[in-house]
Ligand binder design. Structure first.
Ligand code: MG
Ligand code: MG
Length: 269
């Protein structure tokens, strides 16, 4: 069942999404070589609980942590552990929050230190595909227009592998609601978009082949060919005026820039 949200509900979802992005901003400020997934998970949970909210993923179908942390060939749903990140890693960090009865959901892929240019290009293209998809998220367009935008840009223009098994979704009182929002599909097909629909759009794109597998931990999804993967996610509301992006990557990117500048200063001294 698809639920269309009122303006009041959209504002509550926005508050949850902004708290998700504050947690990801705390991650951005500290992530780097020598830092572990467990450390950033603890920091993110602290930010969420400090605001009287609850981590949205912890306990969801038994998931044990606040963040999904997926490194290099891992696509999504990685479980935080004590292993340190290394120079050259790319790390997808996905976070959900439940506050005032509504969920927020957003994700960002971080480059640790010096990442090979081929992989940096994957990150840029995946992020750009998210915004091309959001451009299609207008009243009167269809889910297939969103899906096609990601697939066409990533697969046809850039020859990457778009993951099929995992998709975006509706967001509201539940973390995952109808409709599914695949990252592949045909223009003009699928649900017609109406004002009040709130969806998470989340391209998951592999540098190599699109095929994925699940690790023995029962959670982690990884690229079968072990090539790197990228993942960016916004939660958006469809409004008469166009897409309203409820999450905020800008604050995350400001913290990444600040983090890099601080490291440069400490390296010089
Ligand atoms: Mg997410
Ligand atoms: Mg999601």
């Amino acid at each position: 069942m698809i639920t269309y949200k009122t303006d009041e509900e959209i504002e509550l979802i926005r508050q949850s999404c902004l708290l998700v992005c504050d947690a990801l901003t705390a991650v951005a400020a500290m992530i780097g070589p020598g830092v572990s997934g467990q450390q950033i998970d603890t920091a993110a949970e602290q930010v969420i609980r400090d605001h009287g909210a609850v981590p949205g993923f912890k306990g969801y179908r038994g998931f044990p942590a606040t963040l999904c942390i997926s490194r290099n060939e891992q696509v999504v749903h990685g479980i935080p552990n004590g292993q340190s990140f290394k120079d050259g890693d790319v790390v997808s960090v996905d976070c959900g929050v439940l506050m005032n009865g509504y969920y927020g959901d957003a994700a960002y892929t971080f480059a640790i230190g010096n990442v090979p240019e081929k992989t940096m290009e994957l990150l840029r293209v995946t992020k750009r595909s998210l915004y091309l998809a959001i451009e299609q998220a207008r009243v009167g367009q269809r889910i297939g227009d969103i899906s096609f935008a990601v697939q066409n840009y990533c697969e046809v223009d850039h020859h990457y592998g778009v993951v099929r098994e995992l998709v975006g979704h509706g967001v509201g009182k539940n973390l995952h609601e109808a409709p599914d929002v695949p990252n592949f599909g045909k223009r003009g097909k699928g649900l017609k978009l109406k004002s009040g629909l709130v969806i998470a759009i989340e391209p998951m794109v592999n540098l190599g082949d699109k095929r994925v597998a699940q690790a023995e931990d029962g959670w982690t999804i990884y690229a079968r060919d072990h090539a790197p993967s990228a993942h960016y996610e916004h939660t958006i509301a469809i409004r008469d005026e166009g897409a309203d992006i409820l999450s905020d990557h800008l604050r995350i990117e400001a913290a990444i820039k600040n983090n890099a500048e601080l490291k440069e200063i400490s390296n010089k001294n």
